[in-house]
Design a protein around this ligand. Structure first.
Ligand SMILES: NC(=O)c1ccc[n+]([C@@H]2O[C@H](COP(=O)([O-])OP(=O)(O)OC[C@H]3O[C@@H](n4cnc5c(N)ncnc54)[C@H](O)[C@@H]3O)[C@@H](O)[C@H]2O)c1
Length: 349
């Protein structure tokens, strides 16, 4: 098992290993005095792991209530958030009680935002069960819900008190979500660690899951410790995301999943930067092969003009500068500020 301490505005440990769910009660009790705890989980994850987590928490002295909601992004909504607030109020949760988010990124973001806002803030722990949640969303304190105007538009920074990433839970994660999470894993290799990238190139991911999740969490730790509130370095985590979001938006969020769209975005920006002489040593072929090895796409049938238009908002389209994340070598990302006109040329030429 690895333990990584994140020293943010509130410090906490991220435990990564196997068999953690059965010990989550004692591990939680080390950082939060036994109190009422609400397990927040979706209807795929709760039937698989809810009982194990509940009985472990109860054995450690917690009084457990369970809030289970329908799985999927549509549950990261204000409606569901209001229901969750209502549930906590009905169960008489006070400021000394807490929440355990058991599930993927949707659960973590929803439960985290409820914890950030209910009674002006209560404690929460993250028990991520998807690859994406283990390597990314459970660490760093970004919480949010979606509103009709866009994804993640209402949220807060709220660091958890503890993160328990049990690798065993990935055994039941459907392949499509596993591959989707691999998009973010390849991103970590590209922006920070050639060693991680080399492991991903080998294609032998499943037998190195604990190492891979630990490497990603350690990278995120370093980025978050340097720039908790997303004013500078944390932007590098958006490598591939400007074009990735544009792909998702163009396809009305019904086409490529987020991680797949990011994979295409990473390849497209790297190839474009190479073509325009921003990158001296070619790396895009290596990136493409690594994406293929990990069941990720690298191209999409959308005109470059459309991708450009949907990747900058209307106000920005003809003025302002835009920050683009570019990896000039594998394992190192740079924030490159350029006029939007230059960005347009980069994408569409
Ligand atoms: N807060 C952050 O920093 C951050 C970062 C990246 C992404 N996100 C958010 O994360 C969300 C996506 O996360 P996600 O991909 O985990 O989505 P998700 O929570 O919807 O999980 C994906 C699917 O896998 C199922 N699942 C999860 N764990 C499982 C398991 N162990 N076994 C079987 N099924 C399991 C879920 O029920 C769901 O159907 C998005 O809303 C995104 O905005 C947040």
């Amino acid at each position: 098992m690895s333990v990584i301490e994140v020293k943010a505005s509130q410090s906490y440990k991220v435990h990564i290993g196997r068999g953690l769910l059965g010990r989550c009660g004692d591990m939680t009790a080390e950082v939060i005095n036994p109190c009422r705890i609400a397990i927040v989980s979706d209807d795929n994850v709760f039937p698989l792991y809810g009982e194990t987590v509940k009985s472990s928490l109860e054995s450690a002295g917690f009084t457990v209530s369970c809030y289970v909601f329908p799985h999927g992004e549509q549950s990261k909504s204000h409606d569901n958030l209001l229901k969750l607030y209502g549930f906590l109020a009905e169960e008489s949760f006070t400021r000394s009680d807490c929440i355990a988010a058991l599930g993927g990124g949707v659960t973590g973001d929803l439960a985290g935002f409820a914890a950030a806002s209910y009674l002006r803030g209560i404690d929460y722990v993250q028990i991520p069960t998807s690859l994406l949640a283990q390597v990314d969303s459970s660490v760093g304190g970004k919480t949010a819900v979606d509103i009709p105007a866009g994804k993640n538009l209402v949220g807060a920074f709220k660091q958890p008190r503890l993160v328990l990433a049990d690798i065993d839970t990935l055994g039941t994660l459907p392949d499509e979500f596993f591959h989707d999470g691999m998009g973010e894993v390849v991103k970590y290799g590209m922006i920070w660690s050639e060693k991680l990238f080399e492991l991903l190139e080998s294609g032998d991911v499943k037998s190195h899951l604990e190492d891979i999740v630990s490497s990603c969490v350690d990278i995120k730790r370093e980025v978050v410790e340097t720039d908790e509130f997303d004013k500078g370095l944390r932007m590098i985590l958006n490598f591939g995301h400007t074009l990735g979001h544009s792909i998702e938006k163009t396809q009305n969020f019904c086409g490529l999943s987020h991680g797949m769209a990011v994979a295409v975005g990473m390849y497209m920006i790297t190839k474009a930067a190479e073509k325009n002489g921003i990158i001296a040593e070619p790396i895009s072929d290596r990136l493409r092969r690594c994406l293929e090895t990990n069941h990720l796409p690298w191209s999409v049938d959308i005109p470059a003009e459309t991708l450009f238009a949907n990747s900058v908002n209307d106000k920005k389209r003809f003025s302002d500068d835009i920050n683009i994340i570019i990896c000039k070598t594998i394992g190192k990302a740079e924030i490159v500020k350029m006029p939007v006109t230059e960005y347009k040329k980069l994408i569409t030429d």
